[in-house]
Every structure is written in C-alpha cells, then in structure tokens.
Ligand binder design. Sequence first.
Ligand code: ADP
Length: 796
Amino acid sequence: MNLSDLYHSMDYGPAPESAQEAHRWLQSRNSRFGLFINGAWKHPKGRSSFETLNPASGEVLARCLEAEERDVDAAVQAAREALPGWQALSGHVRARMLYALAREMQKQARLLAVLETLDNGKTIRETRDIDVPLVIRHFYHHAGWAQLLESEFPEHEPVGVAGQIIPWNFPLLMLAWKVAPALAAGNTVVLKPAEFTPLTALWFAECCERIGLPPGVFNLLTGAGATGAALVRHPGVDKVAFTGSTEVGRQIREVTAGSSKKLTLELGGKSPFLVFDDADLDAAIEGVVDAIWFNQGQVCCAGSRLLVQENISDRFLEKLRRRMETLRTGDPLDKTMDLGAIVAPVQLERIQSLVEQGRREGATPWQASRPLPERGCFFPPTLISGVDPASTLAQVEIFGPVLVSSTFRTPDEAMELANNTAYGLAASVWSENINLALHLAPQLKAGVVWINSTNQFDASSGFGGYRESGFGREGGHEGMLEYLQPKVSSSGKAAQCQRSPAASGENPRPAEATVEINRTAKLFIGGKQVRPDSGYSLSIFTAGGKLAGEVGQGNRKDVRNAVEAAQKAKGWSSASAHNRAQVLYFLAENLSVRAAEFQNRLRQLTGCSARAATQEFEASTSRIFSYAAWADKYEGRVHTPPGRTVVLALHEPIGVVGVICPEEQPLLSLLSLLLPHMAVGNRVVLVPSLPHALLATDLYQVLETSDVPAGAVNLITGDSGSLLTTLADHDDVEGLWVCGTPEECAEAERRSAGNLKRLWTNHGHQVDWLDSKAAEGRLWLQRAVQVKNVWVPYGE
Ligand code: ADP
C-alpha cells in the first residue's frame, strides 16, 4: 500500500504499546505471587494457586495463591494489630503516605496502564487516559482528606479494619476507590482483588512497601469467591466494602446481619440513556459510544438501555449504526482500538447466551461488519432495537458491549421507562433544554445522573446506587463517611435494648367487646384513624399494672395499607423544605399546648417521676424545633471536578421508610426517629413501642391538627416483632430504621436483603435520647437521605 492509497482509505496502521516493561516486572517476580500480609510477602505451603491470563491472547501472565481461611485470619490479625499505631499517627503523616502512593503511581503510570490492559483486556487508551489518571487523582484527593480529617470530621472516628472486595472491571480504580478513603480515615485494610485481575493490586502492595506504609496497614489476599466470603465472615472485620454482582451483594447483606459490621455495597445496574428530540444528536451519539462501549460495556453504570424520543428514533439509530461501523475492536495494547477483549471466556459465554436468549424472545441484534480478531475473548459492539421494556434484554444486566433501545413519547413516559428497573445506579439525560434536564434529574431513581454526558467520575463526587444497585457512596465527603463512625455511638458500654413481653399480646380481645369508657385507640393510616384489620385490640397497662386503655392490634394488612398510603403521599417529599419546616413548627406548637396531658401519660405508662416526664416532654418539643430548623438547612453540596462541570450532590429523601421504636423514653425516642424523616421528606410507617402505644395514639390528634399531609406519617400499634418482619419484607418500603433488641436488628438486616433497603439499626444498643449530640442532628439526617450526584456540564 502506498501513501496515496493510505490517503484514500484513511485506515489506521497498528500502533502497539510495548508490553516489555510489564513482562520484565512479571519475570523479575518469576510470575508467581504470594500474599501480602503484615508488610511481607507470604508463600504459605499447601495452598491452591490459580493463573491469571491475558484475555486478548490467552497467554498466562502469572500464578497467584488462593488465600484460605487461615490466611484471612492472619491478614485480619495483622490489620487489627496495626490499627493503634496507624491511628496514633497524625492526619498529616497519613496524608504524606497517601501522597507518596499517588506520586509513586504517577511515576509508573505507563507500567500500570499496560499491566491493567494485559490482565483485564481493556484498551490501553482507556487504562492510560482514564483508569490510571483517576486512580492517581483519587489518592491525591484522599491525601487531602487525611490531612483534614480532624478538622472536617471532629465528631467521627475510624471504623477499624476494613475488608474490601473488588471486581475485575476496573481493578486498580476500584482498589483506589476503596483503599484511599479507608486509609485516609484511619482504618487498616485487607483487600481481595478479583481472581481474573490481581496484577495491579499486587503491584500496589509492593508500592506500599516501597513508600514505607507501616506493616499491616494494607494487606492483600488473592483468591476467588471463597476467600471473599471468609473475609466477609471474619469477626475481626469491622467494615465490609464490596463491589460486584447484586447476587453476591445480597448474600453479603445476609451474612453480615447481626454482626454490627458497617457495610457498603456497590452492585449492578441497567442504566438508562435518554435522548430527547432537542438533544445535540452528534454529541449524544458519542455519548452512547462512551456509555456502552467504554470498557466493552463491562461497567456497572454502563448506559445499557437507550431510550430515544420516538420522533427522532429512526434518524438517531441510523446515525448510531454508522458510528458503530467505525468502532475498532482488537488488540487492547493497540492505541487505535476502541474496544478490547472481554475479561474471560466465562463472561464472553454469558454475553453470548443472553444475546441468544434475546434472539429467542424475538429480538434482532445488529452488529457492525468489521471482523473481530481470530483468537482471544472478543464480542462486537451490538445494538438491539425495539426491545420490550419487560424483556430479559431490557431488564437483565448483560455486562458486555450490548445496547438495547426503545422509544418514548413524552418526558413522563421517559421517566416511567427509565425507572422501570430494580436497579438505580446511574442515568444519562441528553437535551439542550437545561430546564427539562434539571427537572428530570430528581425524578430518576439513580445515584448518579449525568446531563449531556456519561460515565464521568471524580474523586470529589460520590458514586453509588439507589435500590438494588446497593448502598453507600464512594468518593468525596460522602465516601469518607462510609469509613467513619460517630464517636458517640461507638461506646460498647451502651446498655442493650430490651422489650417487655407484649402487653397482652397472647390474649387479644375483640375490639367490639371493649366496654371501658376509655375508647380503643385505632391505627393512624392515610391521615385517618382506622380500625385494625384484625378487629382485635391489645390492653395497655400503667406502670402499676392497671388497665390504661386499649390499642388496635395492627397486622400485615394494616402495614400494606399504610405503605400504600405512604407511597401515595409523594407530595410530602416534593414539598419545599420551608413548607416542611412550617409543618414541624406547627407540630411543636400543638404538642406544647398539651404538655400536661402528655406528661401525665408518660408518668402513667412508664412510672417515671414528674421531673423526668417534664424533662422528656421538653426535650421532645425542643427536638421538633431542631428538625424544623434543620429541614431547610440540611442541604447538599456542589463539587467542581476537573473539567467544565459542576456536580450537584443533592440530598434526596429515601421515600417510604418503616420505623420500629424502642421502649426507652417512649415519646422522645419516637419523635427522634420520626422527625429526621419528616424533615428530609420521607414518608413514614411507624411502629411505636407497644407498652407505651397510648402515647403514640395521643399523637394522632396532634398530627391531624398540624397540617401533616395524609399518608406522610402513619402509625401502627401492635407487636413490633411481627410488624417489623412485614415492613422488612415489603418491597415498597425503601428504608427501614430499627431501634430495638439485637435480635430485632439482626432480623431486619437479614430480611432487608430482598430489595436491599436502606437500613439503619442501633445494633441493639440503647441510644441516650436526652443527649442531643447523640440523638439528633446531622448524623440522623445523613441516614435519612440518599445522595444523588447530578453532573452538569457547562461551556460551549
Ligand atoms: P462479577 O459478576 O462482577 O464477577 P462477583 O460478585 O461474582 O461479580 O465478584 C466480585 C468480587 O466478589 C470478586 O472479587 C469475587 O471473587 C468476589 N466474590 C464472589 N463471591 C463472593 C462471596 N460469596 N463472598 C464474598 N466475595 C465474593
């Protein structure tokens, strides 16, 4: 081919990046690696080993050990022993260590990019320009948090030993997302990389040695699922951070139930990519390329569901097919490639079988005509248009370069389709109408929304899911909080929560049979006092053992009705913060005028002194004032990552939240658990402590007279154990707070794995409700919201 032919074809020649340095590094270690425990490389005898391969060629890169339970033990012990020394260092010294890690990685950025490409199959263009620079940025950014830890998080302390499990799709980046904040916050780490891609983590362990990170602060265990499972179970681990499949995430939620381990889960997704008819279509086409063909679509937040406004759909898909014809799939080390290899044969088979299943369901995949390399794990960019929103292809995460598309007519329909998934990781909105885009962003059930952009990440901005995409955030201020715990709640000295045997739960009597002058209090559902479905009531006794009154015995049906009422009360979530504050002030006012009545009730039911009753009542009205004050002040943040973008970190309500109340200080604890939700706009189904249920029923009238909209607050009296299980199992309950016995908390954690509810429990420890530092404020508001990061680009 001569020069003029080349001008005509404008074809790329090969532009391979050399793998020599990376191979040299592997060879100098005999391509065999041990486990990095307590600052040293261990090669325990008798362990199985596994090979890590280059998926583009099938070549064996190295052999690694499969860490067993006893290795997990050794690593966790090393991490525990390293904790006091690591925490005794100043934030500044830890900052210098993180800074040194960033510097080291910067110096060896090219080697890291090549290693990652060899091990994972992703293109050098991406590892060089995206993965590694973001990794470095992450360590620099978190060196900053380490420096500022004491001044920015004065009420917090590190959690302890973090067990971290990461996937293979962004091996070094996921390491950075987990290790940098953990270390910056003063924790020590045991990390398990994915079995397909351990190499850059092994390099990182050496880097820790090189910069003089104290032994035991970072430990690395290679291995597969069993190693990860042993790490999750280990009692010496205080915090589990996991990124991977929703299926394993659910298992981890169940396994850690009742263990008091702090947990973050970053799971799967099926993220919508919405194109409106006024979008810059050429930009949106490039957006699609980045959304689904970045990293061969092996991205948890990949924009894998294209939703295009119907009137431009044909034109858009035509443009897209044309663009797909130009995408080059091949040797990942070739700098001209757009797509590299799929990580492993098993993943390739999974993609193939899902596309086949789609075909059987009537879909017609379209693939560009460029040939694929003859060997290695490759799959072509694929478009499947006109898919039914309920079909397998539209619902199941394919985790490959497969885009499914359908159309919508109106913005409302777009929202309905976009949210028609159990996941909620990310969404991308393309429209030149910024009003529309910013109007839709809050309606999208996703932890990250990119406007006219996609797959943007930065260390300053939190990343993480809604719904079955998991909980917790990585990055920025929010991400730091995941590795910290409030100083106040960490005292293991707190007494355990107890439950008295249910008032007369064993012998319920029909409500109609009640003849006392004291009427039977009903339930409070949808703004109305309603009879319990069971038709039964429960007797409530005074502290002295006399009958004080009767309350309804709520059951599953009542919970369902309450959840339905709460689901309908969406207006409370979208009301202005000022408006919610007004309602809360009004509530305080209306409660105040009934001071004597409530104080008498407190004394009657708890047997407390007049002084204690006054103290609890006054703390209660003050608490309402506090949350009225907070309602319009617990605002989000604005991040300014590199590039012309602002990121709005919005505090959004979780939605419908179940609350189980403890027995201690029954009025104050009930309000302390209810008010943060009201302040941020959650709608609540609350179960008061049964022996004190009459206090809650006395509140009905206060709520009714305070302009609390129907359904925003629902109260169900009855046995907290059975009401808790119903709430934990209910898929329309999006969050759950349980303040109860250790058994109740563990039960809630196990059961909430179903729809991965946002869960807070007191782990069975009593809260000092009178201590406003421990029992109110920012800490509680944080638990009541989820943060949505909305990326808004600017500039022409
Ligand atoms: P993927 O489908 O992305 O491979 P997985 O959830 O299977 O996702 O894997 C993500 C990470 O979790 C890997 O490091 C894997 O070894 C690990 N892992 C797999 N099963 C378990 C388990 N039961 N407990 C803990 N970690 C696990």
